[in-house]
Write a protein of this length. Structure first.
Length: 271
């Protein structure tokens, strides 16, 4: 049986570590399904590489914006393995075109307190590997339901995120289509405390009042994207996200905005 090249796997894993931070707050990207094996054709591996420009918040809850220029690289092997950004490294057990499910390793990139003056005194959050899984089901050809689970982030490595989403794809022409999506991310107590809580030591160093959040919705996002396939290899994708933060996040002392918005432009090449 054909196995993925460990050199390529290593390259994709390093790229994910380098650039996951720009995509980690965009749960619709985490929910991106792996390519069904039925669509692989005769190729043992299908690779997509590209370059993207994103405008995102400096951190979840920030009112400051930043532009990021990010490379992307994803590979899907015919035997079920996949690796890259933002899907992580994992295995798709299904050969069904309409249903995929499997296990995945992703990375939570943490947060640096020097990213914004609003984070001063809260300390750095270290990057952590996350173990998880995914399930994707096509209700109809145009409608797909997606779920993803990630566990292992935060100071105590017990942070958990549950991603739920649905997408609708509208075929506009043979070479272009639009996608609408609705998604949400639920976070447990450990994740919320790490990213939005303020303990006694942090209160003394930051000046914020102590805050102990419970589990709850991190955000809800409405996304729209437009894809134009210039030929069988080249594609251009543009899109935007309009999101709102959950009440637990909005109430956090370091939150400066209730919005979770982003825009992106990506050019990709598949071979």
């Amino acid at each position: 049986m054909y196995r993925p090249s460990f050199t390529l796997l290593g390259t994709l894993a390093c790229l994910s570590l380098f650039s996951t931070s720009a995509f980690a707050d965009r749960n619709q990207d985490i929910l991106s399904k792996s390519l069904p094996r039925a669509e692989q054709g005769d190729a043992d591996v299908r690779v997509t590489t590209g370059l993207g420009i994103l405008n995102i918040a400096r951190y979840i809850g920030s009112n400051e914006r930043r532009y990021r220029v990010m490379p992307t690289l994803n590979a899907v092997w015919k035997n079920g393995w996949f690796a890259g950004l933002p899907r992580g490294v994992g295995y798709n057990f299904s050969t069904d075109r309409d249903m995929q499910y499997g296990l995945r390793l992703t990375v939570d990139m943490g947060r640096k307190q020097n990213a914004s003056s609003a984070l001063a005194g809260l300390g750095d959050i270290s990057a952590r590997p996350e173990l998880g899984g995914f399930y994707s089901y096509a209700v109809k050809k145009e409608i797909r339901l997606n779920t993803g689970l990630r566990y292992g982030s935060g100071v105590d490595r017990k942070g958990m995120l549950l991603d739920l989403g649905a997408s609708y794809t509208l075929i506009l022409a043979a070479d272009r289509f639009a996608t609408l999506g609705l998604s949400t991310t639920y976070a447990n107590n450990s994740y919320m405390q790490t990213y939005f809580g303020v303990d006694a030591a942090q209160s003394a160093s930051s000046g914020y009042a102590m805050y102990t959040p419970g589990s709850g919705i991190r955000e809800v996002d409405l996304t729209a994207s437009y894809t134009y396939k210039m030929d069988k290899n080249w594609s251009v994708i543009t899109g935007a996200t309009l999101g709102k933060l959950g009440n637990t996040v909005k109430a956090a002392p370091m939150s400066r905005s209730n919005n979770h918005n982003s825009i992106h432009l990506l050019s990709s090449y598949t071979f």
